[in-house]
Structures are given as C-alpha cells and as structure tokens.
Write a protein that binds this ligand. Structure first.
Ligand code: KG4
Ligand code: ZN
Length: 345
C-alpha cells in the first residue's frame, strides 16, 4: 500500500447519500445527493423516504465518485462508512453497501462515528498538524462540544443539547416565519439585511445557576418559544430583524460555551463543523472571538461542514495510517452512539 492510501467513505446517516474519496489527506472526490426535495412537503426528514432514496442512489453515487477521482474500484485500499449516530434505516443502507464492497474487494472496512468524522474533515487539503482541540459539532441532528485528544481514539463529550439541535432550531424558526425547509441557509440569507441587535432573544443555559450541571450543555427550546411569542405578538414584525436577532442568539451561545471549554481545558484550538458551521454569522463571530481569546480557529469550507462522504473517508484514512485494526465485517450500525467511540470495534 502506498503512503497515501485511497479511502472510499460512505455517508448515509440522514438525507444525504454521499461518497467521498481521499488519498491520504488529499480530497479527490466528494459526491453528494440529498433527498431534501422529497421531504419538503413534510417540513422535515421522513426516515422511510430517506432510506429508500439512499438505496436508489447508492450505486450511482459510488460510480460518480470513482469517476470524479479518476480511480478504479480495484484501486481502493480501504472503505469507511458512517455507522452512527443517525437514522437507523438510513445508516443500514450505507453500512450494507460498505460491507458489500469490503467483502467483494477483500479490503478492510472502518465503521466510523459521524461526529468524529465531522471533525476529521478538517484534516483534508491542509498540512496543519492534528493536535488536541475542542470541537463544536452543530447540525440538524446534533449540537455537541467535544474535547478531542486524538481523533481516532480519545474524544470526550463535554456537553450537548438537552433539547433541540442548533440546526433543528433554525429549521423550526424558519418554518414559523414561512421561509421553507431546511431553514438554516434561508435564515442566514434573510438575516443579511436585518439588524441583529433589534430584538434581545434569550441565551439558553448561560445564567450563573446553569454553570454547575449545564456549563457546556445547550438548550434552544426557550429561544424557540421566545421567537414564536414575539412573532405572535408583533403583527408587523420585520422578518430580516427576527432572523438576524435569532441567529445572533444562537451564534453567541455556541461560541461563548466553546470558547469557555477551550479556556477551561487549556486547549487553544477550536474546530467548528456540522451543517450549522456553514452559517455566515457564526463563522464571522467565531473569527472575531477566537482572535480575541488567542484561540486557533478551524472551520472547514461550508460544503465540507454539511454531511458528506469525504469526512468519513478522512477519518478512515487517519485510522488506517495510525495502523488501527479495522472494524471487521458484519458490524451493525447504531442510531445513538457516543463520540467517545470514534471507531467501531
Ligand atoms: O450536518 P448536516 O448537513 O446534517 C445533519 O447531520 O443534521 O446539517 C444540516 C443542518 C440543517 O438543520 C440546516 O438547516 C443547517 O444544518 N444549516 C445551516 C446552514 N446551512 C445548513 N444552519 C444555519 N446556517 C446555515 N448557513
Ligand atoms: Zn452531520
């Protein structure tokens, strides 16, 4: 095997059927199909619809990724696949495809944790060394602060949401304002012409009384209620102002807690990833606050923040180059797994 092995990564934890191919730490292909249009009428992801779309798109996505990377299936050195957390019926399609490929090609397979993969994507296309870091992983399904001592073997969960995920909050507020689904990019866009200081929405779990148990946990349900009440009580509200003020409240809380985690752990590095990390205000505020706090900030490009196969391949590549034992054929996915297990055993 060369020093830059070829890894094919498969991601099917939610609505994206995605395949990425990396060579060592170089990204060669990143093909993503989303079943979002099929869920639009329902205002959220319907698991059965997502699973069927994965089944229908899997072969094509793999073929397109190989073509885009200009490699043959027989060139692949190892397979990596998201094994959890996620929608179980969706995960099963990706894991079955990955195991089938590994068996047919007689190559190792790594079942990887989706959250760890969101962080691992930062190692692609840059030569910055991987060192202990705090990671904020924020998306439609998860909002977590993690202490990453080693991406393949040592990740600690410092905090997570106790109700909605950050992306879920964006999606619900967008629906309340009649913006459509998924709400994150729509609110991001709407907020550009709004005044973020016009409405002071609550910052969940940031009071002194929350510091003991919920120091690094998030809660977005109070914010959701406050926005909903504001909309009901303010008939002529300015949509852009609500979007900007809501977005500001989310970005503020996410960063306050992430930076506090850096300071408390003595780790001066922060990775922000997951779909919500594509948010323009979160990215801008993160640059500002990390600079002030002397923290090195890493935010993958937006296309690598939302779910993709390259992030899965990136974590598989790290596992292979660290000489870690593969997962072995026949492992099963799991819908709710802790990031403390970056790789399936
Ligand atoms: O990581 P991801 O693609 O899938 C999950 O693992 O959930 O994240 C999707 C979420 C959705 O809730 C979407 O509204 C949100 O990420 N999102 C954004 C932006 N782009 C996507 N949220 C805020 N601002 C954005 N620009
Ligand atoms: Zn995700």
């Amino acid at each position: 095997m060369s020093s830059n092995p070829l890894i094919l990564g498969i991601e099917t934890s939610c609505d994206e059927t995605a395949v990425g191919i990396v060579s060592g730490r170089k990204l060669l292909a990143n093909i993503i199909y989303s079943s979002i249009p099929e869920h639009q009428n329902f205002g959220g992801i319907v698991p059965e619809v997502a699973a069927r779309a994965h089944l229908e798109k899997m072969d094509q996505t793999i073929s397109e990724a190989l073509k885009s990377a200009k490699v043959e299936l027989s060139d692949i050195d190892a397979i990596a696949v998201t094994a959890g957390p996620g929608l179980i019926s969706s995960l099963m399609i990706g894991v079955a495809a990955g195991e089938g490929l590994a068996l047919a090609l007689d190559k190792p397979i790594y079942g990887v944790n989706h959250l760890a993969a969101h962080i691992a994507v930062d190692t692609l296309n840059n030569d910055r060394p991987i060192r202990p870091t705090i990671a904020l992983v924020v998306s439609g399904g998860h909002s977590s602060i993690l202490q990453v001592n080693d991406l393949t073997s040592d990740i600690k969960l410092l905090g997570r949401t106790i109700d909605d995920a950050a992306g879920e909050a964006f999606d619900k507020i967008a629906r309340l304002m009649g913006l459509g689904f998924p709400g994150g990019p729509l609110i991001d866009n709407e907020a550009k012409s709004g005044d973020s200081s016009s409405i002071n929405f609550p910052r969940g779990l940031t009071q002194p009384k929350d510091q003991a148990v919920h120091r690094f946990n998030f809660s977005f349900s109070g914010l959701k209620t406050a926005v909903s009440r504001y909309l009901a009580q303010t008939p002529n509200y300015r949509r852009a102002d609500v979007a900007a003020s809501f977005q500001e409240a989310i970005a503020d809380v996410l960063l306050r807690k992430s930076i506090a985690a850096c300071q408390e752990s003595g780790i001066d590095s922060l990775v922000i990833s997951g779909g919500v990390a594509a948010n323009s205000r979160l990215r801008a505020l993160a640059i500002e606050r990390c600079e002030q706090a002397g923290i090195e900030l890493r935010t993958p490009p937006p296309i690598l923040c939302t779910d993709n196969g390259a992030m899965v391949a990136a974590l598989g590549s790290l596992a292979l180059s660290a000489g870690l034992a593969p997962s072995g054929l026949g492992f099963a996915p799991a819908s709710d797994t802790s990031p403390a297990e970056p790789l399936w055993r």
